[in-house]
Design a protein around this ligand. Structure first.
Ligand code: HEM
Length: 221
């Protein structure tokens, strides 16, 4: 990551500042007023790319991989199947596996003291697997989304909650459903994983391995 940021900083340092009318994220970052060094702008650019393309791309990887493993790569797959598939993927494998908040005041969480200014991690991944909320929580079962309970809706946080909630949550789900449908409807897939363990860093990404897609044969006449 430091090497990527240094490379971005070098490239940004060579570009002229954008006066107005940003066309893309690079223009946006270059046009920000204030005393920001190329390294600051590079960090901002990298974070923006991660939060837009990164989250969506990694979630699409999960949806296609799990969709193939569970037999969704068929011409019979319909939009409503994909809708439930995407919801279930983001339940078991929330790309943003934890949220971060800063305590505004001293308080207690279930008996643990928290001081003002401390960072509090909210474990979305764990909440999404709570047996108190989900029936057989570790099972991959998109049909559970046919009739979610109020408790399940409340405990479902793939896009966060409250003021900091992802502003793209509606749009991102629509884009994911559309792209996943195009892929799973039009291609037959094959997945081979080298390990079962997901890759956990800033994002929760699928395990190492590969997914091969082959165009679906035309339907019989
Ligand atoms: C599947 C795709 C995505 C997922 C799972 C996702 C998830 C998240 C999460 C969990 C947060 C933090 C929310 C919180 O702390 O409560 C967040 C924030 C944010 N997301 Fe997304 N996101 C996705 C796609 C996108 C896209 C496509 C965009 C922009 C085009 C975007 C823009 C943002 C921004 C600007 C914030 C910061 C909001 C703030 O701090 O006020 N996200 N996202």
């Amino acid at each position: 990551m430091p090497a990527v940021r240094a490379g971005l900083a070098e490239q940004l340092g060579r570009l002229p500042a954008q006066e107005s009318g940003a066309q893309d994220l690079v223009d946006l970052v270059l046009g920000l007023p204030g005393e920001l060094s190329p390294a600051d702008r590079a960090q901002l650019l990298q974070r923006l790319v991660l939060s837009t393309v990164g989250f969506t791309g990694v979630t699409l990887e999960w949806v296609v991989m799990l969709g193939i493993q569970h037999g969704y790569d068929t011409p019979a797959v319909r939009q409503e199947h994909i809708h439930r598939l995407v919801r279930e993927v983001l339940r078991l494998y929330p790309t943003a596996w934890r949220l971060i908040r800063v305590a505004a005041a001293d308080h207690d969480i279930a008996g643990s003291p928290v001081r003002e200014g401390e960072h509090v991690l909210i474990g979305t991944h764990a909440i999404h697997r709570s047996a108190a909320v989900w029936d057989r929580p570790l099972d991959f079962r998109p049909s559970r989304w046919e009739q979610p309970t109020d408790d399940q809706r409340r405990s479902y946080l793939p896009f966060g909650k409250g003021e900091g909630m992802c502003p793209a949550n509606g749009f991102a789900v629509k884009a994911l459903e559309h792209l996943s449908h195009l892929i799973l409807h039009g291609y037959r897939g094959h997945v081979r994983l080298r390990t079962r363990r997901p890759h956990v860093r800033t994002l929760l990404a699928p395990p190492a391995g590969w997914t091969r897609l082959t165009p679906a044969p035309p339907p019989d006449r």
